[in-house]
Write a protein that binds this ligand. Sequence first.
Ligand code: SF4
Ligand code: SF4
Length: 437
Amino acid sequence: MNYIERIRESGLVGCGGAGFPTYVKAGSKVEIVIANGAECEPLLHKDLELMIKEPEAVVSGLLQLQVSTGAKKAIIGVKQKYEEKLSGLKNAVKNTNIEIHWLGDFYPTGDEYVLVYETTGRLIPPQGIPLDVGIVVNNVETLRNAFYASELKPVTHKYISVVGAVKNPSTFFVPVGSSFADAIQLAGGATVPEYAIFVSGIMMGTLTFDTSLPITKTCAGLVVLPVDHRLVKRKVRNEQSMNRIGKSACDQCSYCTEFCPRYLLGYDVQPHKVMRSLGFTATGEAIWNQYAQLCCACGLCTLYACPEDLYPKEACDRAKADLKAKGIKWQGKREVKVHPLGTGRRVPLKKLMSKLGITQYDVPAHFSDKKLSPSSIRLPLSQHIGVPATPIVRIGDRVTLGQKVADVPQDKLGAPIHSSINGIVTKINEEIEIKAS
Ligand code: SF4
Ligand code: SF4
């Protein structure tokens, strides 16, 4: 099996985002490979802890990717504020051609468009991907896993931070498919009787109250917050109510646009104009919705910039969905020119956390080697971009840790799934459930 086949067989997908299968990126030809260690979601520290714990694996994964893509240059983007903590990473890159690029502590440093510009000065074309400017970006955990995949070790475990209103905020390495409840228990349990969970972050993650849900290959962590926290209350508001408030209260101050990281980078994203669509008929909507096409859903406009506590990000989400449903493609300007005030308007993470009302939870989430041994796991068949995996086991089958339990045809985009425990298959639907034994 060659390197690309090993990556595919391991079930590796991007650990820092939507779960794009890594073998596709590893098979491309580029000039520069970038390891994304920026980790800008407030409170989450799993990438930092991983780089402290396993710097050699990250560096080996990046060097292998450099070889497979033919890249001349390899860069690791990490925050300057962690320089002291990352002495192991600095040692690991000695005698390699890898450059560590120290980033500022602002949000969203981890956005690919921002990261590519910060580390290389290149601007990805509107609606493009890093490949369009000769670059491949991978999260540092993905690179760590790629290194193990090259040694035929499949993806069975996940680094996650369990933070917020929990007794011992920490980072753990847990079996994929473990429940949120088990992970929260590992962190000592919640400190409040009623809580909600932001999955993979407050800014770009999803909110749930369901602690039985499983940890997937793309989960960066769980942020536990009291149910009466302002962020929870804001997030649970229904779309109709968001639109009604937006329509009546938006005074077109345009702060949402003036702080938008994509707008500041030179892309034609203007959420204040998208807000106008709330008061229009279908004809007017189509015009204003265009200004949402290049939005990366970072959430800064809704959670930081808007003085009226409105929902411009959600208006952009809806506008993008509408345009997609109608098959309307981006027709705005192709030229990208960085805004002259772009650097000055960056939002420091501390300031963002203060606005979010989560400063009290801003504590380190050091790696804990506490083991999680779940009594059962649930493995969703779709934890990645592409077609869902098809089960290759049956109810009653005995499986072992690392055994492939679902696969994707070779000619289709997707990723196989492996068991993260020894056990017996007890249920198969859109998930495979395995009871430990
Ligand atoms: S910041 Fe808020 S009030 Fe101002 S234009 Fe944007 S959505 Fe409207
Ligand atoms: S969510 Fe708001 S701030 Fe972020 S890219 Fe979209 S429009 Fe800009």
